[in-house]
Ligand binder design. Sequence first.
Ligand code: HAM
Length: 422
Amino acid sequence: MQIKAPRGTCDILPSDAAKWNAVETIMREKAALFGFHEVRTPIFEHTELFQRGVGETTDIVSKEMYTFDDRGGRSITLRPEGTASCVRSFVEHSLFSGALPVKWFYMGPMFRYDRPQAGRFRQFHQFGVEAFGSNSPYLDAEVITLMVEIVQALGIETYELHLNSVGCPTCRQHYREKLIEFLKPMEKQLCKDCQERLYKNPLRVLDCKVPTCQEAIQGFPVMADYLCDACRIHYTAVQEALAINQIRYIQDHQLVRGLDYYTNTAFEILLPDLGAQSAVGGGGRYNGLIQEIGGPNMPGIGFALGIERLLLAREASGTAMETEKSLDVFVALQRADYRSIALEIVNELRKKQFSADKDYQDRSMKAQMKYAGKIGARVVLIIGDEEVVSGQFTLRNMGTGEQVRVGKNEMVQTLNEMLHAR
Ligand code: HAM
């Protein structure tokens, strides 16, 4: 039986890799411009990290983690997100005692066992940033600005930035009680999940997509009215800083985010054209997480963008134009006996920074030309009987059909002219 890739995973074939590379390059460059440095953490961690970090009541921890016991009997989890791992690393290496804030970015696969659908995978990729050690609202605005600038640089024009504050544990507790009080009479109208959430994590009821739940919450009390003084001042300052950065946003009282660690600023970028999975990125502050993971009481903030969803959006808007880089020179030989000459030439071309390849199948000249055309080689260098005798090789421009004969000494210059003529 044929073995297929596991459900919810994808191969990124060479025909798509150029689009991935283009997106990743833009992300790296933007992150560097904003002073973020790359970090790479393991793809698996001790399960406890996500239980403590992301939170037991979240969908991620309660039903979506890839968790297994390793051969030593330790419970291991494939990372469902990057924030908890970054915080673990920051604390483990005691970086909290160095220069602050520490600004990191990361990129790579994440794993969530969810029902796959368009834009939702079991292995997906995120680009994320985390900044540790500053509670400045200007840092909130900077992180949000970076996220928006990346989306814009990717050529995505139709997006919405949603913003909210989920307060600190103290004011949120007060709000939570008010919300439960408000929702209680409507309990029967809520979906099964929300009936459960009502007492465990009532804020999540606000972002439930089920229409009856949306109806039931009409007129709900909003967090903004319950923020304590410090949280209100912080939230106002974030909005002022966003105005300075000329970042437009929608104040969204229903935005609560699906991970437990958030405090204060929470934000998301939605692409209305993307259908059901319209969130391409989200983030927020997590001022209690570093301490929760065993570090000092120190604030943090970050976001993550879903690379697959960004690629889908680029594809839909016609921005994703990048294609595989074609081969500069394909070396075709008339006889298998010319193999060693061909090898020498290929080696030399590669040393001179031309991408080069040759035939390995002892195919006819016609078949070699056909292959060169199929793989999109830009120039074919022909080694025939005449060429071997005269030492002058034929270079065929596959775009124009034009042919020239050159000696080895003029090869580099002629190739450069041919390849850069377009
Ligand atoms: P998140 O909202 O869970 O946040 O994920 C961020 C983005 O990852 C989503 O907006 C989406 O684009 C993408 N994503 C999530 N799940 C899937 C999936 N199953 N398939 C495809 N794409 C997906 C976080 O992960 C937080 N760690 C963000 C953060 C960083 N907050 C603070 N710092």
